[in-house]
Design a protein around this ligand. Structure first.
Ligand code: G3H
Ligand code: ZN
Length: 286
């Protein structure tokens, strides 16, 4: 069923595992992620950036595709459709109105008080409708669609500010920027685990780790042990599917039927997602 993230993340935190947020880019991503979740009997969060929604047609298109696939595939595991890095109150409301069950309001580029005020506004609307909310503090480096943060602007979240934001807004989960990066890492990631633990203890809510691509398993395990209950992955699926398309087209240069190269790309995404679900410990937790 389509649900908010609230219960699945509380269960994950209590159970010592994390639920993956896998971002949608097109129909094949949506198919692959839903099929992986059902096969693994794992709860799943479908992340949709504003750019990806635009590419697919709009929020309504995304919700319609997800709902139709869930019916056709007879999906039984809990699924959330989550706006990733929502840029404004208006965009969050638009997504909720279209049927999203969860939204992130990313006010991380605003000063603390403004971020809190904006997040509060979103929570007021979302919670009235049973929709969960994620907020962010600090700045996650790298690039995801419209969101570009230079190395110099990337900033670690300050625990006391995280505590204040979560307390004053009532968000369901929280993403403190602690050195993770959108897109591939330059070298090994340097995650602020001391602060992660402090933020988890101060706020009490499930934490979210953005930039899940390229984080070594021991860091994933450590993050989960410190209260991370949601891990976002996009680039890794993009890389594995693009690689598969290149292989197929290199092997068969005369191929033109999209099903012959996008089908294998879909299989690659599904395999990648299944690997992540096992790594995050969410398999058989539906
Ligand atoms: O919000 C989405 C994620 O943080 C994706 O990060 O593309 O580095 O896996 P990634
Ligand atoms: Zn992100």
């Amino acid at each position: 069923p389509l649900v908010s993230m609230k219960e699945m993340l509380e269960d994950a935190k209590a159970g010592g595992y994390a639920v993956g947020q896998f971002n949608l880019n097109n129909l094949e991503f949506t198919q692959a992620i839903l099929l992986a979740a059902e096969e693994e009997q794992s709860p799943v969060i479908l992340g949709v950036s504003e750019g990806a929604a635009r590419y697919m047609g709009g929020f309504l298109t995304v919700v319609s595709i997800v709902e139709a696939l869930m019916a056709d595939y007879e999906i039984t595991v809990p699924v959330a459709i989550h706006l990733d890095h929502g840029s404004s109150f208006e965009k969050c409301v638009e997504a909720i109105h279209a049927g999203f069950t969860s939204v992130m309001i990313d006010g991380s580029h605003h000063p603390l008080e403004e971020n809190i005020a904006l997040t509060k506004q979103v929570v007021a609307v979302a919670h009235t409708l049973g929709v969960s909310v994620e907020a962010e503090l600090g700045r996650i480096g790298g690039q995801e669609d419209d969101l570009v943060v230079d190395d110099a602007d990337a900033a670690y979240a300050i625990p006391s500010e995280c505590d204040q934001l979560v307390r004053e807004t009532g968000v369901d989960c929280f993403a403190p920027a602690l050195g993770s990066v959108h897109g591939p890492y330059k070298g090994e990631p340097n995650l602020g685990f001391d602060r992660m633990e402090e933020v988890a203890n101060l706020t009490g809510v499930p934490l979210v780790l953005h930039g899940g691509t390229g984080i070594p398993t021991h860091d994933i395990q450590k993050a989960i042990s410190l209260g991370t209950a949601k891990i976002n992955v996009n680039t890794e699926n993009q890389i594995s599917s693009a690689k598969r398309v290149r292989e197929v087209l290199a092997e068969k240069p005369n191929e033109y039927d999209p099903r012959k190269y996008l089908g294998p790309a879909r299989d690659a995404i599904k395999e990648t997602v299944i690997g992540k679900m096992r790594e995050f410990g969410s398999s058989n937790k539906a």
